[in-house]
Write a protein that binds this ligand. Sequence first.
Ligand SMILES: [Zn+2]
Ligand SMILES: [Zn+2]
Length: 135
Amino acid sequence: MNNYTDILRQHHLKATPQRLEIANALGCNGHMTIEKLYEVMLKKFNSISLATIYKNINLMIENAFIQEVKIPNEKSVYELTKEMHSHIVCRQCNEIHDITLDLSQTAQLASQTSHFKIDKADLVLSGLCQKCQQI
Ligand SMILES: [Zn+2]
Ligand SMILES: [Zn+2]
């Protein structure tokens, strides 16, 4: 098991039992919606409220310990912060995979045509996962 206490501290966050559990859940499950996270947290802390989880999540996002992945037309999911990557979502079962894509050329082209200074390049692609293609 990862030592999330230290990692939380590196992000200037006190390692409360709730935060450790959030870190652990995201570490084990990958991308999670707030509802799924709530479900898991309730098993450990039976009186925790959704508001408490939101408060912790928001603070952990502010401190870059976790990040929000915005999926078009779906609920946001949360994951531990790691290297910049893109996502691919199955439109049938909502399974989410991380994919590393080189978007530097795309970003450059977008910058040239829009005159924006681009500082973030990630994508959410969608389709059918291998399992769902067989149904
Ligand atoms: Zn699928
Ligand atoms: Zn991801």
